[in-house]
Design a protein around this ligand. Structure first.
Ligand code: FAD
Ligand code: EPU
Length: 337
């Protein structure tokens, strides 16, 4: 357990922003998390918990102890005829976990293939893609209270999951370090191929009765064709959440923009933020080292050497122009630091 000083966070965030951590340490076990939390208390240091850095925007140097969670391990902790309970270390790579499930024929996370980041961060925003969110396979998690250093268990209800939301982004923001997540996965796979792009990809391949591996392969193919690879071009996935408007507001927009896409949900109609941003004229725009992706305008990008403040300023301009044109407020999905 080693606390380093003045470490560049460039290799630790997928936006590829070069800012420093005043102090930096890696925790590979729950005990190490505890020791480092204690140390931070002794040194009176603020803390920032880091996973894979794929959902953060660094706008400044971090005058804190950046604690990177690298707790590993997959453990089968329960089994019935129908399902299994798998306990996963917070520092496991999410996609490696998905691949582990597919190899063992555990169904439920195949639609979430290739999402970057760690297992420990997955409950933070209830990660989701292609018709599935982790709340559907989540059993409980273990976390250490940063104030008392006590271990606590959270059920799904206690996590208060919503669309890209959880209690850890609100009432309990900066209060817990997630050390393990326990998932309930199905042994009798019930395939979810409802999402249009998945159906289309499977049809193109002539697959009529897909396995979970087929779904995973289709999702990987779709994602590779749509989203920029952070290893090549800096980004944090969708920068904003997709807004939901009332049916009345949707009809008003539709009267002026007949092609507006809309997807009904329990709260109204979801409008793709990508469409709003494209209509506001931002798609593919480049400003020096940063810009808006040419195929997916919901993704802001760093071509290299870009600054977090510049990206934050660009995101504000995008928000203002969408609000002016459509009277819709876009809320960031990315966590600003
Ligand atoms: P980080 O960026 O390191 O941290 C995110 C937040 O979680 C921070 O506030 C951090 O403090 C906190 N945190 C991290 N680990 C812990 C822990 N162990 N305990 C307590 N707090 C913690 N997201 C989706 O939902 N769906 C997608 O389809 C999707 N696609 C993406 C595609 C690309 C190309 C990229 C770059 C990102 C995408 N994302 C997507 C966003 C991102 O992958 C997820 O939010 C992911 O869960 C972030 O994991 P991370 O480990 O990188 O978290
Ligand atoms: N669209 C445009 N112009 C474009 C691209 C897309 O108008 O250039 C419109 C189209 O109407 C398209 C719609 O946007 O049908 C939706 O696009 P896409 O299927 O790419 O999905 P998204 O809404 O942009 C969401 C998630 C992604 C997730 C995918 C697949 C959010 C904020 N984003 O993106 O999650 O992978 O669906 O389920 O909900 C992330 O959270 O970082 C992320 C990448």
């Amino acid at each position: 357990m080693n606390i380093q000083e003045n470490i560049s966070l460039l290799p630790f965030n997928t936006f590829g922003i070069d800012k420093n951590a005043r102090f930096f340490a890696i925790a590979k076990t729950t005990e190490e998390v505890n020791q480092l939390l204690l140390k931070a208390k002794e040194m009176d240091l603020p803390l920032f918990i880091l996973g894979g850095g794929s959902n953060i925007l660094l706008t400044r140097n971090i005058e804190a102890l950046v604690l990177k969670i690298e707790i590993k391990g997959f453990d089968l902790v329960g089994e019935s005829d129908k399902d299994v309970l798998v306990k996963v270390g917070a520092g496991e790579n999410w996609h490696d976990f998905v691949m582990h499930c597919i190899q063992n024929n555990y169904a439920g996370v195949e639609n979430l293939s290739l999402i970057p980041g760690t297992v420990g961060a997955s409950p933070m925003q209830n990660i989701g893609a292609y018709g599935v969110e982790i709340k559907e396979v989540f059993d409980h998690l273990e976390a250490i209270d940063r104030n008392t250093l006590k271990l606590r268990t959270f059920s799904s209800e206690e996590c208060e999951f919503g669309y890209r939301e959880s209690v850890f982004k609100h009432e309990l923001k900066d209060r817990f370090v997630i050390t393990h997540v326990v998932f309930r996965l199905s042994k009798t796979s019930h395939i979810n191929a409802e999402y249009g792009a998945i159906r289309q990809t499977l049809a193109e391949k002539g697959i009529q009765s897909p396995t979970i591996k087929d779904i995973s392969d289709a999702v990987i193919e779709i994602r590779r064709s749509k989203l920029p690879d952070p290893a090549i071009i800096g980004n944090a996935g969708s920068f904003f959440k997709n807004p939901t408007v009332s049916v009345l507001s949707f009809e008003k927009i539709k009267s002026e923009f007949p092609n507006v896409p809309g997807f009904p949900n329990e709260d109204g109609i979801k409008i793709p933020a990508a469409w709003l941003i494209e209509q506001a004229g931002w798609k593919g725009k480049r400003f020096g080292n940063i810009g808006v992706h040419q195929f997916q305008p919901l993704v802001l990008i760093n071509y290299g050497g870009g600054d977090g403040i510049e990206i934050k300023d660009l995101s504000k301009k995008i928000q203002d122009s969408v609000q002016e044109k459509f009277h819709i407020i876009l809320h960031p999905e990315v966590n600003f630091l």
